[in-house]
Design a protein around this ligand. Sequence first.
Ligand code: HEM
Length: 455
Amino acid sequence: MPQPDAPPPRTFGLPLVGNTLGIMRDPIEFQRRGHRRHGPVFSARIFGTTLTFVDPVGAPELFEQVIRTPTDQLSLVAAYKHLVGRILGPELFTEIDKPMREGLSVKYIGRHVGPTVAFVPQVLARRLPGDHGTIDGLRMANDVVLHVVAHYVLGHGGAERHADELAEAMHVLESDFSILGMMLPIETASARRRRAAFDRMMALIEHEVRARRADRGDHDDFLQFAIDHMATSGGEQDDLRFLALRVLGTIFGAHTNTAMSVASTLSDLVEHPEALARVRAEIAALPADAPMDLAAMRTLVHLHRAINESMRLRSNGGLWRMAMCDIDLGGYRLLRGSVVGASMGLVNLDPARYHESHAYRPARFEAMTTDNYQSPPVGSTPLQFGAFGTGRNLCSGRPLAYAMLAAILVPLLRDYEWEVVARPRRWFTLLTGGLSRPLGDLTLRYRRRKSLPRA
Ligand code: HEM
């Protein structure tokens, strides 16, 4: 039993770097080892930042406490400002509110995502020119998803005007996004490049918000919804900055995990021909001229299982909260300012939940209780599937994520043949929620399956 008010046990670390190397090498194994040695709660250090890990598998009730405690005591936004704020700018992270949830709801998306879905083949045709070619699969996924997100968030005109430049800036931000970048307490050249890219993105979005406000036309899209519902009662300049941050925050939130899911689902399917054949058969059975709406997407059972399996294998990042006051956790005292959480790899790769947990088997979801997206429930206790988080901060963009994934993967698989030329040497979790990022190239060769309209 811990002494009353004792801090969590600490795992041994090196001077200055602490446990950085162990965590970077294999964060999941690092946490499992720590829990075996110290119990359900322990602390470790990455450079100057102390992280407290809680075990979602061995102590689900303590994990529940962390993800269900109200925001004024354990805050996701404060944790992200602390962990990622240096890279992306702390102001980007704001508490999600009712209008934002509404704008990302199934109801809103069902009414508004149609034009974005119809826009996807055009985006793909630009990225995949000619009848065949070889591409950087990661770059393609990043660019396509950025265009699709920009289309949904800014509307068609906004995407046409800015998506190329936004994608370029996002690439600068993403390519240097690393644990070292997050935690190293020094200003590097890459940090300055990222800041410049972020400022450019803000300028583009502010321009778009200003232009839309001046335009008295009749618009029914996410940007108009944000302008109508998310403005503050501050002065005009404050409002502009606030709105632009919300809009850019939405683009950021919607982009990277979705892009990584496109890259990993596509490459996993290409490397597993039987699973690919099942997905292609159900895509071929879609009515030829009917629009691909949310109802049609949901008939794509095998595609959703494939998406979930790729996410399960790679969505190993952590759910982090910052203590806004002293908190009791499992008999230990977490001081105000502590960062506490767990990596979802402990759940997603747990052999007791998923037999042969490292094997790629989309069909495994057939034998499980699943929801509309063929996913094990995301709010179950104990948690079964952690790709979108759980509890108070469960991903509000989950319906939009599945819609974008289906909208992109259907034409990619239907209209092109694929081959993996080079695969990343490793998928690396950054510790933040969602998917690992590939280290090394993902090179893909494509060939058009049928003649498509040129962009
Ligand atoms: C495959 C794609 C995606 C994955 C794997 C993913 C994953 C996650 C995870 C793990 C969390 C919880 C973080 C935590 O609890 O610490 C989260 C939260 C969130 N995600 Fe996503 N996400 C995806 C797509 C999206 C999209 C398309 C949006 C749209 C804007 C979005 C918006 C959000 C928001 C707003 C939150 C915070 C919710 C809150 O604080 O209540 N995400 N996401």
